[in-house]
Write a protein that binds this ligand. Sequence first.
Ligand code: HEC
Length: 169
Amino acid sequence: MPLSRTMALSLVLGQLAVPMSSAQQVTDLVGDPQRGKAVFRSVASCLRCHGWPADGRTGVDMRAPTGSNLRESTLDKAQIAEVVACGRPGTAMPYHDRAAYRDGRCNGLVMSDFDSANEPQRGKSLSAQDIANVAVYLQDHVIGRGKPTFEECVDFFEEPAAKACSYMK
Ligand code: HEC
């Protein structure tokens, strides 16, 4: 049965506690925020949609769908892992667990449960470890931060940061 966008969303948001979901697997892993930054920046290119400071505005790729402001997110590590692994069907947020909609690990749903308009978007495939890494990166460096600063930009781009960040001075 195809699901409407609202139904798919409420399923994804409402049923986080599915046995052996990718998110649970990830919760047990210790994340490395430095590697998580590399995942955010280059491996999975999260910054295309969310922007380098993940505020959903700064430096987003104009050809990509706009991501939400993760600095204001209230999600915990398991919930971040769930969204990254399973995506948000019915939105542009892609899934990154390559088996996400094959065996029901994402809220018991498989691809054929969705109509074409709400089919989950596929992102770059990430291991459970890299999902943990990017979740911890968001927790340590993004969530709860206010406006992005020049110092943060330099920290993010490293070299040649001065050029990439001069517009923020
Ligand atoms: C193609 C664009 C796109 C890409 C690439 C993308 N996102 Fe998203 N992301 C979105 C959109 C759009 C939303 C908002 C979904 C919604 O409306 O619920 C979102 C939502 C989220 C949320 C939920 C925030 C909350 O508080 O509800 C998290 C966490 C997240 N993204 C993390 C990531 C990470 C980490 C990556 C890279 C591994 C990534 N995203 C890649 C578009 C994208």
